[in-house]
Design a protein around this ligand. Structure first.
Ligand code: PLP
Length: 427
């Protein structure tokens, strides 16, 4: 990266993008404002590597924010998409492959007997909330500060991720009535959870079982079990958002890993293997309330799209037990290497198989307030250093790293060396 940022092709594309796309991007975090640099425009991906429009190569730990668990342009995924595309890209009518994908999902996730596919996680969450309200006849929903469930009005309050990156509590344009239907409490706070569910009429408790949109903040001992118990006590559905954790942290997602089951499960990201696919699933008696089996309306022109379904099927076919063991060991190696690389620098490295976050904090992170109290300036400086050394990590303290099965021991070693040099370069 010899040329200065100002005269790169990325900079030129960014100037052009700013004219026609708000902020130059189609999703805020891509603008890299939180780390005080301009965005990197991508030409292509190869396995664990990204190649930008200037020809710079980066080891990619963002991997499209989760879908690319096999890395970029995996030949089996590409072949499946090409074969599907050759037969036509969309029919607006049922296809065998979407049934096959649904069967594969029901085999993996206990308690998901049926699913409805959508094109984005946001839509799947919308459907889950509508279903929960229809089932319970109640309106209010409970979510946790720092949890992200997509950009629907009612769930943008303290939604972590992109909003946190821009230091916004919520968004203008969200009607007060939509926000009023949402109760927000801190993650890992049993007393707040009991108070918010005691005698209150809730349609749903929404949670990321392994929250990864304020950085990765693991549930404390017993907290997920308490979620299940409180949902049952107050008659609310427990909606577990596994858009990130699903098919990533284990074959059956966070629910298999932790043993705590939701009434509805939201899936996305890995499910579409890099093409737009997401879903909401649950027991048949709940799912059959959706139209046309039931009268809860939900629809989508491109839902169950043949290309996305083909990518999802090929992605899941490659995710057998050995793959999960390998992803677990890749993540563990990376996490322990990063801890060592920090030397004496005060960071907390949180990890589960397939996910990790390096928090710039001298104490463990239990909730969104802890995450927001991190040294964001130091994180930004470290992140820029890593980018300049060819390691593409999330340009925000509030996002997780997504190691993939394409990351080799040599890639990990190079990452850890670059991380150590980047820590050493911090003031
Ligand atoms: C990404 C994400 C979503 C939203 O999915 P989109 O496809 O971006 O709409 C929902 N929940 C979680 C936990 C996510 O990480």
């Amino acid at each position: 990266m010899s040329t200065s940022l100002a005269d790169t092709r990325s900079a030129e594309w960014y100037r052009r993008a700013l004219e026609v796309l708000p902020g130059g991007v189609n999703s805020p975090v891509r603008a890299m404002r939180a780390i005080g640099r301009s965005p990197i425009f991508i030409d292509r991906g190869e396995g664990a590597e990204l190649i930008d429009v200037d020809g710079n190569r980066f080891l990619d730990y963002v991997c499209s924010w989760g879908p690319l668990i096999h890395g970029h342009a995996h030949p089996q995924v590409l072949d499946a998409v090409a074969a599907a595309a050759a037969k036509g890209t969309s029919f607006g009518a049922p296809t065998p492959a979407e049934v096959e994908l649904a069967v594969e999902v029901t085999r993996r996730i206990e308690g998901v007997d049926m699913l409805r596919m959508t094109s984005s996680g946001t839509e799947a969450t919308m459907t889950a909330v509508r279903l929960a309200r229809a089932v319970t006849g109640r309106e209010r929903i409970l979510k946790f500060a720092g949890a992200y469930h997509g950009h629907l009005d009612g769930l943008l309050a303290e939604a972590g991720s992109g909003l946190a990156t821009q230091a916004l509590p919520a968004s203008p344009g969200v009607p007060a009535s939509a926000a009023a239907g949402t109760v927000v409490i801190p993650w890992n706070d049993p007393e707040a959870l009991i108070a918010a569910t005691d005698g209150h009429e809730l349609a749903a408790i929404l949670a990321e079982p392994l929250p990864a949109n304020m950085g990765l903040v693991l549930p404390q001992e017993g907290f997920l079990e308490l979620l299940r118990e409180r949902a049952d006590t107050c008659g609310a559905l427990l909606v577990l958002d596994e858009v990130i954790s699903g098919f990533r942290v284990s074959r059956g997602g966070a629910q298999e890993l932790t043993g705590v089951r939701g009434d509805l499960t939201i899936m996305g990201k890995v499910l579409g293997g890099g093409l737009p696919a997401a879903a909401v699933g649950g027991r048949s008696e709940l799912m059959r309330l959706l139209a046309p089996a039931g009268d809860v309306y939900q629809a989508g022109t491109l839902s169950g799209n043949p290309l996305a379904v083909a990518a999802g099927l090929a992605t899941l076919a490659l995710l057998d037990e050995p793959a999960y063991l390998r992803l677990s060991s890749i993540t563990e190696q990376l996490a322990s290497g990063l801890r060592e690389a920090a030397g004496g620098y005060p960071v907390q490295v949180a990890s589960v198989p397939g996910l990790l976050t390096v928090f710039f904090s001298d104490r463990p992170i239990a909730d969104f307030d802890d995450a927001r109290a991190c040294d964001l300036v130091a994180y930004a400086a470290w992140c820029r250093e890593l980018h300049s050394r060819g390691v593409y990590i999330p340009p925000s303290q509030f996002e997780a790293w997504f190691p993939s099965l394409a990351h080799t021991p040599e890639h990990l070693e190079r990452t850890i060396v670059a991380a150590a040099a980047s820590f050493a370069g911090l003031p």
